[in-house]
Design a binder for this molecule. Sequence first.
Ligand SMILES: [Zn+2]
Length: 241
Amino acid sequence: MLAAPKPILDKRFRLVIDPGHGGENEGCHGHDHGVVEKELTLAMAQQLASRVHELLPRAEILLTREADETLHLSQRVAFANAAEADLFLSLHCNASPLSNQTGYETFILDLEASNEETALTAQRENDEGFARPANTSSEGDVSTMLRELSMTADRSRAAHFARAIQAQQRKLFPDRPDRGVRQGPFDVLLGARMPAVLHEVGFLDHPGEGPMLRSASGQAKLVEAIAQATASYYGDIVRRA
Ligand SMILES: [Zn+2]
């Protein structure tokens, strides 16, 4: 008699999706100011949660926020740590000083930014638009970061997930620039006790790309790419661990 087929998901897999910004912190704006980043990240995070659930029915998926709430960057990481997540994904939309850039990129944590552009992106994403909680200091951040950079297993897994996201976006969006996997000092990745990445789905302030990010069909494609990357991360890393 044949053995029953193995369930597709046979290892615990808890994914925390962080819709960037929220509440008082709107994030970046569309070129016509008609939409703000915090709305798109929440909409895409919710769609992503249901698509990942279809692909990996037994995965546990949690969102750091389910509504238009103000959350500090450190609270987002603390949420993922408290949930004992296996993977953390912070979702964002990009903006550039001249509103002339397009494409998608994924970041992992490092002390130094890969280049000047990444330094600017990190600065923008780290700016919460309000005071930091009193118990955080940048000196403490640096020592935490140094400690974390020694956690090489999580880092190489984060890089694997980042490359999978870029590969899936490339497949679904062959005409948009693949800006690659980059490294930078992103506060929302700092202190995560699991592989953690920040994905910029595209440039909201670009007159061509912005409307695509806002469209239902554009969002569905972006979400599909990230969901497929999550499933391949599960197959390549979690299931084989
Ligand atoms: Zn952002």
